[in-house]
Design a protein around this ligand. Structure first.
Ligand code: SF4
Length: 226
């Protein structure tokens, strides 16, 4: 049974603990031999596209264009590769914007050595990169300890009673980020994304297999769902 009197920080800590017992994976961008520029592209292209399609597109971009400069020389070719993801104009602008950022810095390493606040400003100057994507990029590539919130995470937080239903992702982030222990925010972010895709789905959440079942006031009663 959920204890409604439990202080929010303690409740969040217990939820994070359960989530991380369930999700043992390490962030994919920390795997060896992953090119940071390709990590950048994969994160920026993943908005409203599924992971497998994004991976295929990034692999194809890497095959055709060995570096950001070659991407900048062939915007039409880049667009054709990105097309299967949809939102092709927007996503092409994002890829070209990131390639330009690297080119202006001189190298990916030079870009990644910028102070995070400066990097954030530059990322947000690219049309199509919003607050959430900039935060995921900073978390993955600059190692910043933030907790980006997307629609999956906002939905789960509402079902768990941590925020009011309909609270906007940026607000959810402001409420939850300080309550998630430092050093655990990236994995908690990934765990909640995984939970939102496979278990606490927008429709028909699979409460019976959910690791948060015992902590969730919406368990088995989320119909209609938030
Ligand atoms: S118990 Fe059900 S509603 Fe609650 S977080 Fe898990 S899947 Fe979502």
């Amino acid at each position: 049974m959920q204890d409604k009197e439990t202080p929010p920080a303690e409740r969040v800590r217990r939820i994070v603990e359960k989530l991380l017992e369930w999700y043992r994976g390490e962030p994919w961008w920390r795997q060896p031999n992953v090119d940071p520029f390709h990590v950048m592209l994969a994160i920026a292209l993943s908005n409203r596209s599924d992971y497998r399609s994004v991976r295929r597109v990034v692999e194809k971009l890497a095959e055709h264009y060995p570096d950001p400069w070659s991407i900048l020389r062939d915007p039409e070719g880049v667009k054709e590769i990105i097309r299967p993801l949809g939102l092709v104009e927007l996503k092409t602008r994002v890829v070209l914007g990131l390639a330009r950022l690297v080119a202006e810095a001189g190298s990916v390493e030079a870009l990644l050595s910028l102070p995070p606040s400066e990097a954030r400003e530059k990322l947000l100057s690219i049309p199509g990169i919003g607050e959430k994507t900039a935060d995921v990029l900073l978390m993955a590539l600059w190692g910043i300890d933030v907790f980006p919130v997307d629609t999956h995470i906002a939905r789960i937080a509402a079902r768990l009673g941590l925020v009011e239903p309909g609270t906007r992702p940026e607000r959810v982030r402001k409420i939850l980020e300080p309550l998630i222990p430092k050093g655990f925010r990236a994995r908690t972010h990934l765990a909640m994304i995984r939970l939102g895709r496979n278990v606490c789905r927008p429709r028909n959440p699979r409460c019976s297999i959910c690791p948060l079942y015992s902590l969730c006031p919406s368990a088995n009663s989320c119909n209609p769902c938030h």
